[in-house]
Ligand binder design. Structure first.
Ligand SMILES: N[C@@H](CCC(=O)N[C@@H](CS)C(=O)NCC(=O)O)C(=O)O
Length: 226
């Protein structure tokens, strides 16, 4: 078995994907934490885009989270991707969609003013309505009874909403029962739960408060009255 090191940032949702897949595989791996605000030279040497995650496999870097997940799925059992080429392609498409949802989440928490915050909220809601239509009717996972790579991608997406709800930003999943059930199943999955450190909520809160965004002001209780 190769020596695996997952180069990580404490808040990075893309890192979490790889950590979830590693846990699902039961793989032994080391986590090496870095500060993206102060990237060490050794990290820049192995990360062509200067981004986390990077997986070091016997010292050889693999970058881009989807590529890391696919590599791990090919290299170690049990397979998380489905057997059929078409089904695999479809799930890869929804993994890409997961990255677009992460962009929409960042646009929401980074929205500079109240008008754009509401616009970004609506855009995010539209993404989840799309997912509702794509999810397996019985669940609990994206495609039914098999936990797949696409499920690993969405664990970190839903984690943001745990925090949003504690600061009164709720209702994103109202009327979307399949999405709600999927979110709950992911929340309870040990690989998803353990993909972040225990201080993650406090760190994310500090990060969001420091954005200078409409959400930061709401969180700090300084939003202008509507
Ligand atoms: N497409 C990349 C995105 C990774 C990414 O955006 N990583 C962020 C942290 S979550 C990063 O390293 N940002 C630092 C930078 O871009 O300088 C992937 O899927 O791995």
């Amino acid at each position: 078995m190769s020596a695996l090191v997952l180069v990580s940032h404490e808040l990075c949702p893309y890192v979490q994907r790889a950590a979830i897949v590693l846990a699902e595989k039961g793989a032994r791996f080391e986590r090496r934490w870095i500060d993206l605000a102060d990237k060490p030279d050794w990290f820049l040497a192995v990360s062509p885009l200067g981004q986390t995650p990077v997986l070091l496999v016997d010292g050889q870097p693999v970058f881009e989270s989807a590529v890391i997940c696919e590599y791990l799925d090919e290299a170690t059992g049990p397979r998380l991707h489905p057997q059929g080429a078409l089904q695999r392609a479809r799930e890869r498409g929804w993994m890409e969609f997961g990255s677009a949802v992460l962009d929409a989440v960042a646009a929401f928490y980074g929205a500079p003013d109240e008008v754009s915050l509401e616009r970004k909220r609506a855009a995010l809601r539209e993404r989840f309505e799309r997912l509702e239509a794509a999810l397996d009717p019985l669940g609990p996972w994206f495609a039914g009874e098999r936990f797949g790579l696409v499920d690993a991608v969405f664990g970190p997406v839903f984690r943001y909403f745990n925090l949003f709800e504690t600061v009164g930003e709720a209702g994103f999943f109202d009327g979307l029962p399949r999405v709600q059930r999927w979110r709950e199943a992911l929340h309870a999955r040990p690989s998803v739960r353990d993909a972040v450190r225990p201080d993650y909520p406090a760190r994310l809160t500090a990060y969001l408060l420091a954005r200078g965004s409409a959400l930061s002001r709401r969180m700090a209780g300084t939003a202008a009255p509507a």
